[in-house]
Design a protein around this ligand. Structure first.
Ligand SMILES: CC(C)(COP(=O)(O)OP(=O)(O)OC[C@H]1O[C@@H](n2cnc3c(N)ncnc32)[C@H](O)[C@@H]1OP(=O)(O)O)[C@@H](O)C(=O)NCCC(=O)NCCS
Length: 203
């Protein structure tokens, strides 16, 4: 049985102030659940803090990964947004503001932030949290003066593709992107080549 209550009537509240700039109510945005209801649980989306690191569900990623992304956020190289429900981080998305590793991205989308690791714990999917994380990421990217947001997606990830197309992303015109994924072998990071699709949205 799920450890979490159903949230079909959840409120989803995104707070996407840049870290270190905890300004204003204007950065609080309320997202309505699909069924239009307002009662029930509240999902809060906000940038990770140092204190959060021990509370992140390991299904979202390793402690090492999140500590490393938190460090990049501190250096303003990225932004890690977490979705919280009842004290548990149940979803995440990371936005990279630094230059991409992939030559194709540097050539065709120079300076465009990249969305990585959009993930929602399995028992809370299909209730709007993933879409709200993307919307919160877009808001953060716009607030930093960017006009586009891009992402790389596994060729066969059709569920994620539906979500992105519904939210206004489109496939770029430069074919599949040569990229890599990381595995740890004997304590060392190894880059395994793969190809992915690239989606972009003009914000
Ligand atoms: C992709 C992912 C993040 C989506 O998260 P999610 O919280 O399920 O996303 P949403 O709920 O916003 O949208 C998913 C679907 O639920 C539907 N939905 C959203 N809110 C809903 C609600 N309140 N009631 C019923 N359905 C709802 C959406 O219409 C959407 O339908 P679709 O599959 O036809 O597009 C999640 O499936 C995931 O973590 N997948 C594994 C990791 C992954 O593939 N990440 C993407 C990498 S590119």
């Amino acid at each position: 049985m799920s450890a979490f209550p159903a949230i079909s009537s959840a409120n989803i509240l995104a707070i996407v102030a840049s870290p270190g700039q905890p300004s204003a109510g204007e950065l609080h945005q309320r997202f309505e659940p699909h069924d239009g209801s307002h009662a029930g649980m509240t999902i809060e989306i906000r940038p990770v803090t140092e204190a959060d690191l021990d509370a992140i569900d390991p299904r979202l990623g390793s402690a090492t990964f999140f500590a490393e992304r938190r460090a990049r956020q501190r250096d303003e190289r990225g932004l890690l947004l977490l979705a919280w429900l009842s004290g548990n981080a149940v979803g995440c998305v990371y936005i990279a503001f630094e230059e991409a590793d992939e030559a194709g991205l540097r050539e065709h989308l120079p300076g465009v932030p990249l969305m990585h690791r959009l993930l929602v714990v399995s028992e809370l999917r299909n209730q709007g949290i993933g879409s709200s994380l993307v919307t919160a990421a877009e808001q953060a990217v716009r607030a930093r003066g960017h006009a586009q947001l891009a992402l790389g997606m596994d060729i066969d990830n059709f569920a994620a593709e539906r979500l992105y197309l519904r939210l206004g992303y489109h496939q770029w015109l430069h074919g599949l992107l040569d990229t890599y994924y990381i595995v740890i072998e004997n304590g060392q990071e190894v880059h395994v080549p793969e190809q992915c699709r690239v989606l972009v949205k003009t914000l």
